[in-house]
Design a protein around this ligand. Sequence first.
Ligand code: LLP
Length: 395
Amino acid sequence: MFNKETINKFKSIPTPFYYYDVEVLKETLQKLKEESDKYGFIVHYALKANANNAILEIIKSYNIGADCVSGNEVKKAIECNFKPKHIVFAGVGKSDAEINFALDNDIFCFNCESLQELEVINELAVSKKKNARIALRINPNVNANTHKYITTGLEENKFGINIWELETVVNALKEFKNLQLIGLHFHIGSQIMDLSSFKSLCLRVNEIQNWFLSRKITIENINVGGGLGVNYHEPDANLILDFAAYFKLFNDFLELRPKQKVHFELGRSITAQCGTLISKVLYIKKGVNTNFVILDAGMTELMRPALYQAYHKIENLTSPRPIGHPSPIGEGVGVRYDVVGPICESSDCFGKAVTLPETTRGDIFALRTAGAYGEVMSSAYNLRDRVKAFYSNEI
Ligand code: LLP
């Protein structure tokens, strides 16, 4: 992914920083649009994955909507010229101020997660003499077969309205005069690699649709959320995702009513592969059973390994002896290192026993597939400087 020229440029930029390959992002968006347009599907980008202005502006230019989970994300989407009628607002704990802001801006839809939330949105809409368009986020109790921290569609999770509550909610809606039910919303989890989980979702959506139909309630929009996973182990072989198979599956298995529109909320699958965390080796330290590579980036810049035991491919971009070339310890052999950050936490570790070419102080490292839930989840813990971002069309 990185040619010599780019690596040389990296050497002159203070590390750590995020590097975004704009071409990869554009190619991803191109493919995504081509495949979703085939079926007239509407895609919203989940800002939570990466909300950098430069990234949002590119995404917006492909005529994609915005999926927001806070008032500030709604604000950011509007600032980046997403039209309010293309913005959906989800989240299990929307504050009154956030709801008011979204009402004032006439967003497309609130994805609502509880009876009490519906009551509050109605009250606030009444006081503004407005109507709020809402979708019910239903917990479909479908297993996403992903990490437990990013599973959302099971009854044990805090998200959505459970199926056994639907009757009460639908009856209550009749009293909430300033709410207009325009859709059903689902999201079962993130980093889903097995497409059969999405098939199970479609089948459950069909059942739930029948439930609404039997009560003569028409639903214009079905929002199936996001969750399509990316290949963290072999990024170069899978830079652009198989959107064709993903969208085809929904077209094959969702039973749609006339004029019904299908919406998606994709985050990771759009931005993950275009982003890399670039870091410099500060020290090599001998341990008892292992050698440590100590980087100048840590869990403050990329929290996923510490939080979810997530794997990010680690590459040494500057070692003169890539694996397969002679090294002091033998022909074609790599060296095993624990690759860690500088933060005062034992969980500040990017990889254990990683085989790398022999590494020295000053080498430049790449932590791949970090464009989603990377920079946006970074922190200033240990009073670290906030991580910077550079774009391939700028450096
Ligand atoms: N819609 C809803 C309602 C969501 O909760 C999410 C993600 C998405 C859409 C976008 O999902 P995606 O297409 O990106 O999978 N920080 C975690 C991921 C948390 C995902 C939260 N919800 C990570 O680094 O893996």
